[in-house]
Design a protein around this ligand. Structure first.
Ligand code: 8YV
Length: 330
């Protein structure tokens, strides 16, 4: 036993299939139980896992609720999340039970920002509409007015959440000659703001009414849940486009679909949804909406680096050190 109360080769339960390299290293280091079939674990399976494990490695697809955390015995010491967002873990319940929580920030920043830009380019330039027409054999040739979209250069981008990913999006947007605006809990230091040539809006409502594109890049918390509710969405200009690569629950999806349908918002690029993997049928009906299956960090490099972070967070904890990506205790 180490001072953390965890034995040398802790029992680690991984809820989903991880990259091979990571699983192999986990088997070398820990008494690991892998999910090779990659079947999502239901509440009963998670309850059994937290009773047995010293360390649980969940992902965004696992609802680690207060009930599940409270069902853990005294054994569970660490939840080492594979992913940056920890909104699927009841942190209050974990804190009350003295369970440590870690995540994997930083290593998925650039890939998620790339995907944000891919959506930001795809929606105004109507890329997927064009692709669909071409594949359906419906393209009859070039015409001067076919599939005219909207220019990116010179447009105003409003970033909600100026953390690592928001800033990486801002850097890319500057390269496309967009004007960067942002709303954040706190204003960035002047030197960072200066580098990004970014304009701060303390009042989100005021920013929304002035932007051509809005990108959601904040974490999901109690404060950001439905941050873009129907009233806020109505503040957008009719030609505005909204991009979300953060969490579906930050936007009222039903309201978004309604407002796009009636032309009060021009379009959306969404990588995340309120009820994943279910997609609101109204969104599926809309041509000016690009829908992706939550793939912001889906590169071999990011997923491997995320796995390495999980390994390091667990090993540091077992050795009695502070895990580098500690979320809990604060
Ligand atoms: C991950 C994400 O793929 O890291 C996050 O928070 O949203 C995704 O990029 C997912 O969370 C893995 O659990």
């Amino acid at each position: 036993m180490s001072q953390t109360g965890i034995k040398h080769r802790p029992k680690v339960i991984v809820t989903r299939k991880l990259p091979d390299l990571i699983e192999t290293r986990m088997a070398e280091l820990f008494d690991v139980s892998l999910n090779l079939a990659d079947a999502p674990m239901d509440a009963a399976a998670l309850t059994a896992a937290v009773a047995e494990a010293d360390v649980l490695v969940p992902t965004v697809t696992d609802d680690i609720s207060a009930e599940i955390i409270n069902a853990a015995g005294d054994k569970l010491k660490l939840i080492a999340n594979f992913g940056a967002g920890v909104d699927h873990i009841d942190l209050k319940a974990a804190a009350e039970k003295g369970i440590n929580v870690t995540n994997t920030p930083g290593v998925l920043t650039e890939d998620t920002a790339d995907l944000t830009m891919a959506l930001l380019l795809s929606v105004p330039r109507r890329l997927f509409e064009g692709e669909k027409i071409l594949r359906a054999g419906e393209w009859t040739g070039w015409t001067p007015t076919f599939l005219m979209g909207r220019r990116i250069q010179g447009k105003r981008l409003g970033i909600i959440g100026m953390g690592r990913i928001g800033r990486a999006v801002a850097r890319r947007a500057r390269a496309f000659n967009m004007a960067v605006h942002y709303h954040n809990r706190t204003q960035l230091p002047p030197e960072v703001e200066g580098d990004l040539e970014a304009t701060y809006w303390e009042d989100l409502d005021q920013m929304l009414g002035r932007m051509d594109v809005v990108s959601v890049n904040c974490p999901l918390t109690a404060d950001t849940h439905r941050l873009l509710n129907r009233d806020r969405l109505k503040k957008l200009q009719p030609h505005a486009v909204i991009i979300n690569t953060a969490r579906g629950e930050i936007i009222d999806e039903e309201a978004l679909a309604d407002l796009i349908e009636v032309g009060r918002i021009a379009g959306a690029g969404l990588d995340v949804f309120e009820q994943e993997p279910q997609i609101n049928p109204k969104l599926l009906e809309l041509d000016n909406v690009v829908l992706l299956p939550h793939m912001g960090s889906a590169t071999v490099e990011a997923r491997t680096a995320m796995g390495e972070k999980v390994l390091i967070n667990i090993q540091a904890f077992v050795d009695g050190h502070r895990s580098p990506d500690r979320v809990l205790p604060i």
